[in-house]
Design a protein around this ligand. Structure first.
Ligand code: GLN
Length: 191
């Protein structure tokens, strides 16, 4: 695809930073705040940003965006979920009775790093290239289902940080908070 247009869910959380990174890559974006935004824009990809998954899940329902987005994801729209966005995509949450879109076959534990380690920075390989990773009250990908490709995994602890399943990319950290465009470029290349 020559010039994709990416919708960034903008009901809550760190959506501006995603737009800034994508602007650096010369990719056009728009904010999804209400249904009209989806009806009035071309949509080649979707970003579900970090923030608070419970709040985002509730707002998606209240704003009547949930079913529309779910259908698009199920039909193959490329989607990139970061942190809370990963939680929205996950098919299982091990410490929470809720699930949201549930389209990505992974089991995720919310707020897995405890209070002390709630936020931290590391550099780890993503598809073999070392990239900066900022974790903020991050979820942990406990296990990945069949057909899920692991894109980033700590070589020592074996903790999984990034996965891809067909049209869905999920990472437990915040790639939009560092000055590195490679993970967003990977997502753009999925289109
Ligand atoms: N702890 C948040 C949640 O459970 C996710 C944190 C984040 O997106 N940085 O939704």
């Amino acid at each position: 695809m020559n010039k994709p247009v990416i919708g960034v869910l903008a009901v809550q959380g760190a959506f501006i930073e995603h737009r800034q990174i994508l602007a650096k890559l010369g990719v056009e974006t728009f904010e999804i705040r209400q249904k009209a935004d989806l009806l009035n824009n071309p949509l080649d990809g979707l970003i579900l940003p970090g923030g608070e998954s419970t709040v985002q899940g509730k707002l998606l329902r209240e704003l009547d965006l949930f079913d529309l987005l779910l259908e698009k994801i199920q039909k193959g729209l490329p989607v990139f979920g970061t942190c809370a966005g990963l939680i929205l995509l996950a098919s299982h949450l091990s410490n929470d009775g809720n699930t949201y879109f549930g389209t990505l076959p992974v089991t995720v534990q919310r707020n897995a790093y405890g209070r002390q380690l709630g936020s931290f920075f590391t550099e780890q390989p993503f598809r073999g290239e070392v990239v900066p990773m900022t974790f903020i009250r991050a979820p942990l990908i406990e296990s990945a289902g069949e057909g899920v490709e692991v894109l980033a995994q700590d070589p020592e602890t074996k903790q999984i940080y990034a996965v891809r399943y067909k049209n869905q990319l999920g990472v437990s950290f915040h790639p939009e908070l560092n000055d590195d465009t490679r993970i967003h470029q990977y997502f753009v290349d999925m289109m």
